[in-house]
Design a protein. Structure first.
Lengths: 439, 439
C-alpha cells in the first residue's frame, strides 16, 4: 500500500499541495466541508451581484479529475488522532493517514462579540456572499416601500466594518451600485442618496500597503462616494445600527445593512490539533509551526495557509511572519508537498521561504492600488493602470479557462452597461434561510 | 390622478400585461414575492447544474427600468378587497387599485399528501432548483463515501415522479450527468451505475403531445438510460424511497433523491380571491374566469396565467380550455392589458382567444420532440432536429441579450466538454437551509 496523504481543506493551500504531489508515489485524499474550491479574492463580487457563484467556484473533484492519485471526499473533520494517525469526520467515519496536511483556513472573528454576527455577517463562504447580496438588494427594496423619511434614510445607509482589502472592495462596490447600477430603476427613492460608510479602527485603510498607497486608496474611495471613518472603534452592533467611538467622541450610525470585514480567526480545527499534539496556538488561534511547516514532535503533520502561524526563512535573514494572503497559502502548499516527497526519499525537509511578489487591492471601477517588488525595487502605482493590472492578475489566477473567459465577459458587460447581472435573491419575500433557522 | 393598475405576480403573464400597457395613460404597480422574473422553462437546467441562476432570472425592476409608468414592489399579497379596491401585503401595507390583474401562478400539488414534500421537492422557484441540485450532487458525494453496497445503490437511484415536460427534462438530464458529466471524477464508485427512474401514472409521457411523439420521447429517454415506468401510481414516499403500484403489483424503490414533477396547484391567492368575490375555483384551485378573463360581477378584476381556468374563444368554435403553458400566460397578459385599454376608452372588452403555435419538449442531449401547428397542417418531428429547434426557440424567448448570449455559450461549452459548470452546492457539509428551518 502506498503512503496515504490526507489533506484537510481545499482552499489555495490544500489545492496546491495536492497538485504538487501529482507525480508522487502516494495516495492522496482531499477532504473539504464543501464540494467546491472557492476563488476567495473575487467572493466580494458574488456578494455585490457582479458575478454568479459558479464563476468563482469549481467542484473540487472536477479539478482533480485528471489526477488519479487524488480521492475527493465531502466531509468535515472534527477530531485528529496524532498518535494513531487518523482523523474523525462529523458523521463518525475515520480516515487514516501517514502524512497529514491541515489547510482548514480561517473564519470571521468578532473579537469575543459573537452576538454581532447576526447583525453584521462576514464574507468567507458562498453562503455568506448570498446573505450579503440579499441584505444589500433588499435594503433598497424596503426603502422603495418605506414612507417614513428617517426609516428610509436608515435603510439606505450601508456600513462596512474593517478597512482591509475585503472591506475596501465591498464599500467601493456598494457605492458603485448605488450611484451607477440602480438609478433609474426606482420610482420613489433615489438610490444615489444611499450613504456608504467604511469604518476602520486604525488610522489608515489597507494597512499591509505602504502609507502613500493607503492614502491613495482613501482618496479613491472618497471619490467613489464612500465616507471613510478612520480610527473608529466599534462598541456595539444591533439590528438597527452600530455604535462607534472616534477621537471626536461616540457616534451612532443607523443601518440595516452592516458587513463585517474586520477580524479573522483560524479554523476551530486548530484547537483540535492543539488537543491532539500539544502544539501552540497564537492569539488568533493559528497553529505555530516549525520552519518546515510541521508540528514540533510530529514531523508527519504539516499546517499551511491561514491556519498556520508560519515564518519565512530566507537565508541570512531574520525569520519574518508570512502574511495571510493567497500567494502565501499556495507557496506553503508547494513547500508541504515538497517536504513529503523529501521525507519519502529519505532526505531532510527544507524550511519554508515566502516570496513576496507584491500586494494589490481594488477599490472600484478604474480604481486600485498596486505595490510590486521588482528586481529594480518597489513599483507602486494607483488609479486606472493599477485597476487594469488587478483585473488581469485576477483573471489570470482564476481556475479554468471557461471561468476566466466568462468572468472577463461579465466584467466587460458590467463596465459598459453599469449593470450587475447577478442581482437575484433566491428566497421569496426576502426571507433569509439562515435567519429562519436561527428564529 | 391616472387610473391605477395593480399586477400581482411577474411571471410570463404579469410581465407581458405590464409591457402591453407601456403606452397606456395609467400608473402600473407590479408586486411580486421575489425580486426576479424567472424563465421557468429553463429552471430544470439550474436544478441540474447546467446554468447558474442569474442566467435565467432577471431583476424585475431592471426589466421595467425604461418603462416609467411601472413601479416595482417586493411584497406578498395576502388579501384582496374587491369592493374597496385594495390589496393587503403580508406586512400589513395596503395598495389600492382601479384595475387588478392577478397573475400569481401555481405551486406544487401533492394531491393532499403534503407530508411528501420534505422527501420529494418540486421545481417552481430558484430555491427549489438549488435544493434539487444539492440533493442530486450530494447523493453522488455520499455514495463515494459509502462502503455498504445496498446503501450505495440506494444513493445512486434517482426517481422523478411525473412524466410531463419537467419530469422528462429532469430525468433525461440526470441520466446525462451520471453517464457523461461525472465519470472520471470518482474513485470508489462508477457514476454510470446510477439508475434514473421516471414514474408516470398515465400510460404515456408528455400527455399534451400526440401519441406518436410520446412514444418517441419514451424511446429517447430509454436510449439516454432512463427507466420509464408508465401506469405507475405513487402510494407512499419517505426518507428512504417510495412505494408504487403498477399492473404488475406493488413495488418499493429505494432512493435518497426523489423529485416531484407530478402535480400543479394554483396559488393560494385563488382562495383569497374567492373569499373576496365569491368566484368559483376548479378542482386544481384555479379561478374560473369569464370570456374576457374578468371575474363575474367584477369587471375590473382579471385573472391570467396558471391561476386562471380560462377558455379560448375562437369565432364559430366551441370554447376550449387554455393549456398551462407560457405562451398561454403571455397571450392572456396581452389580452388583459388590451381589455383595460378598451375599458378606459369606453369600448367593450374582447374575449380571450388562445393561439396554439405548438408544443415542444426536450429530453436530453440531441433529443427532443416538436409538434407545430403550421398553415399546412401539423408538423411533427423528433431527435436531433427537434433538439436544435428547441434550443434556439428557448434562447430566442429568453429575456435580455446578455442572457441569451451567456446561455448559448454555456450550452456550447457543455455540449463539447460534457461539463456542467454550475455544480456548486453553497452550503457547507451538505446541510440544507430549508431543512434546518424545518428542524
Amino acid at each position: 500500500m502506498r503512503p496515504q496523504v490526507l489533506i484537510i481543506g481545499c482552499g489555495f493551500g490544500g489545492l496546491e499541495a495536492a497538485r504538487a504531489l501529482r507525480a508522487a508515489d502516494v495516495d492522496i485524499t482531499v477532504v473539504d466541508k464543501t464540494n467546491h474550491h472557492l476563488f476567495q479574492p473575487l467572493l466580494y463580487q458574488v456578494a455585490t451581484a457582479g458575478l454568479s457563484a459558479p464563476s468563482i467556484a469549481a467542484p473540487i473533484r472536477h479539478l482533480f479529475r485528471r489526477q488519479p492519485n487524488v480521492t475527493t471526499l465531502l466531509g468535515e473533520v472534527v477530531a485528529i488522532d496524532a498518535q494513531g494517525r487518523s482523523v474523525t469526520l462529523k458523521d463518525g467515519a475515520r480516515l487514516r493517514w501517514d502524512h497529514l496536511i491541515v489547510a482548514a483556513g480561517a473564519t470571521h472573528s468578532y473579537f469575543g462579540r459573537d452576538d454581532w454576527a447576526a447583525f453584521a455577517p462576514g464574507l468567507k463562504t458562498l453562503q455568506d456572499a448570498f446573505e450579503i447580496r440579499r441584505r444589500v438588494l433588499l435594503a433598497f427594496e424596503a426603502a422603495e416601500r418605506e414612507d417614513d423619511p428617517a426609516r428610509r434614510a436608515a435603510l439606505l445607509q450601508f456600513v462596512v466594518v474593517g478597512g482591509g482589502p475585503t472591506g475596501v472592495e465591498l464599500a467601493g462596490t456598494f457605492a458603485e451600485i448605488a450611484r451607477h447600477t440602480l438609478p433609474g430603476e426606482f420610482r420613489r427613492i433615489d438610490p444615489r442618496q444611499a450613504r456608504v460608510l467604511l469604518v476602520e479602527g486604525s488610522p489608515r485603510v489597507l494597512q499591509a500597503m505602504p502609507e502613500a498607497l493607503s492614502e491613495r486608496a482613501r482618496e479613491q474611495l472618497t471619490a467613489l462616494g464612500v465616507e471613510v471613518k478612520l480610527g473608529a472603534r466599534v462598541t456595539g452592533i444591533d439590528a438597527q445600527g452600530l455604535d462607534i467611538t472616534t477621537a471626536a467622541g461616540a457616534e451612532r450610525l443607523q443601518s440595516r445593512c452592516i458587513v463585517w470585514a474586520a477580524g479573522v480567526a483560524a479554523s476551530p480545527l486548530g484547537r483540535a490539533l492543539a488537543a491532539a499534539t500539544g502544539c501552540t496556538l497564537d492569539r488568533a488561534g493559528r497553529v505555530v509551526v516549525g520552519p518546515d511547516l510541521s508540528l514540533p514532535g510530529f514531523p508527519t503533520i504539516q499546517v499551511i495557509g491561514d491556519l498556520a502561524a508560519a515564518q519565512s526563512h530566507a537565508p541570512g535573514r531574520e525569520p519574518k511572519p508570512v502574511p495571510g494572503v493567497s500567494p502565501g497559502a499556495k507557496q506553503m502548499g508547494r513547500c508541504a508537498a515538497a517536504n513529503i516527497r523529501r521525507r519519502l526519499a529519505g532526505q531532510a525537509t527544507r524550511p519554508f521561504r515566502y516570496r513576496d511578489y507584491g500586494n494589490l487591492a481594488t477599490i472600484g471601477r478604474n480604481s486600485a492600488v498596486v505595490d510590486l517588488g521588482t528586481p529594480a525595487g518597489q513599483l507602486r502605482f494607483s488609479g486606472y493602470p493599477a485597476w487594469l493590472f488587478w483585473l488581469f492578475a485576477h483573471v489570470w489566477f482564476l481556475i479554468g479557462f471557461r471561468n476566466r473567459f466568462v468572468v472577463l465577459l461579465d466584467w466587460a458587460w458590467a463596465y459598459w452597461t453599469h449593470d450587475r447581472h447577478a442581482r437575484v435573491v433566491a428566497t421569496a419575500n426576502g426571507a433569509s434561510p439562515a435567519h429562519d433557522a436561527q428564529a
